[in-house]
Write a protein that binds this ligand. Structure first.
Ligand code: ADP
Ligand code: MG
Length: 383
């Protein structure tokens, strides 16, 4: 999708020309899953896959929203009438950002929007955050709000939490607004301190495959909220502000004091996962990206056995990729389907992809989609 094609599509839908074109990427998280709502650490990279939007500021307060991936209708809303939980369908992700900006006191009015995204939806690659963040950066520029990437990401998260009603942490939106090309974003979700860590897998003869199972299990929504409230309950019982405050040395005693195995295993995942992020950061800082492999596989085992958010398809990808020579693999994103990342030597990439395809065919599953993840630039103006 070139800028000209996007402009033409905008003109066909809205008439006239857009004021500009913006992009915001999807992401894969290298490690640090289900830690962002526990005040913990995450380590995502932005993908080249992005939501792109041609946008024009309006003088009234109408929102006229169109997506190339939706069913053709222009969704028309009034900014002043936006209320959490009242907008159905995909448009709530875009409208929610306008609501969050206005609710925070920013003087944002109406917009004409044409969106086109190549972030696969529901694949654990964060298409919803890409959509939110592209609207956020466009409004920031069109109304000259002067907000930085962290503020924009947090407003986009608020749109998803409050307006859409998904209790996600801040990783997806902050990855989309803050990531830099060629870097992984080491983010402390409590302090919002961010470090951009060079990640040059190619120089080490490695690559990161994204294997999208194309599976999305329905239980996901309630299950996510359940995990989150379980973590909060465990922290409360342990007398901590968040599970982030429990360090690995204190884990055995803390586990003994918790009343049931469910809370124990949630706690064990979060504490060990934060430690895995720190180990992954060390691997990147010491120029040893191959050391990420076992960290990824250990992270998957923890999500599968303790956090209980993997599924047969993602488990099969991880086991098959590792058996075919991957250095390590894990599910990425919230779970219950979605994508797996596998760290592989360049020379093994085809063999791993073929082994996974064969295993899926043998199991009667739909063929997975496979691509190589390159660390791309976060949200930005294109034209
Ligand atoms: P994920 O963020 O992991 O892809 P979500 O369930 O959080 O999955 O978000 C997917 C939803 O985001 C879709 O169901 C749709 O409502 C919305 N969405 C994402 N991309 C687009 C798009 N290009 N056009 C319209 N809606 C989109
Ligand atoms: Mg999402």
């Amino acid at each position: 999708m070139t800028d000209n094609q996007l402009t033409d599509a905008f003109t066909a839908v809205h008439g006239g020309a857009p004021d500009g074109i913006w992009a915001a990427p999807g992401r894969v998280n290298l490690i640090g899953e289900h830690t962002d709502y526990n005040d913990g650490f995450v380590l995502p990279i932005a993908l080249p896959h992005a939501a792109r939007a041609a946008v024009r500021r309006r003088e009234d307060d109408l929102l006229r929203l169109h997506s190339a991936q939706a069913d053709g209708e222009v969704v028309e809303l009034t900014a002043d009438e936006l209320r959490p939980g009242t907008v159905p369908g995909w448009a709530r992700y875009a409208a929610g950002v306008v609501w969050a900006l206005r609710d925070a006191g920013h003087p944002v009015g109406g917009v004409d929007v044409h969106l086109d995204s190549d972030v696969p939806t529901g694949a654990g690659l964060s298409s919803s955050a890409a959509l939110e963040c592209v609207v956020a950066v466009a409004c920031n520029d069109l109304w000259d709000l002067g907000l930085g990437p962290v503020e924009l990401g947090l407003l986009a998260q608020r749109a998803e939490n409050v307006f859409v009603g998904v209790p996600c942490g801040a990783m997806d939106q902050l990855a989309s607004t803050c990531c830099e090309a060629g870097r992984a974003l080491f983010l402390d979700t409590r302090t919002l301190t961010a470090r951009q860590l060079p990640v040059d897998l190619a120089a080490a003869g490695l690559r990161l495959l994204v294997i999208d199972t194309q599976v999305k299990h329905d239980l996901a929504d309630g299950a996510y909220a359940e995990r989150r409230s379980g973590c909060e309950k465990a922290a409360e019982l342990l007398g901590l502000a968040a599970l982030r405050d429990l360090d690995p040395a204190g884990l055995p005693a803390a586990l003994e004091s918790l009343p049931d195995e469910g809370l124990r295993s949630l706690t064990r995942h979060v504490v060990t996962e934060n430690a895995r992020v720190e180990a992954a950061v060390e691997a990147l800082l010491t120029g040893d990206p191959a050391a990420l492999g076992p960290i990824l596989t250990a992270g998957h085992a923890s999500l599968r056995d303790d956090f209980l958010v993997s599924c047969a398809e993602t488990d099969l990808v991880v086991a098959t990729a590792n058996a075919a020579g991957a250095l390590g693999a894990r599910m990425t994103g919230g779970g219950f389907g979605g994508s797996v990342i596998a760290l592989v030597a360049d020379t093994d990439a085809d063999r791993v992809a073929e082994a996974v395809a064969a295993a899926f065919a043998a199991a009667g599953y739909t063929a997975p989609r496979v691509f190589t993840a390159l660390a791309a630039q976060g949200a930005r103006r294109l034209a």
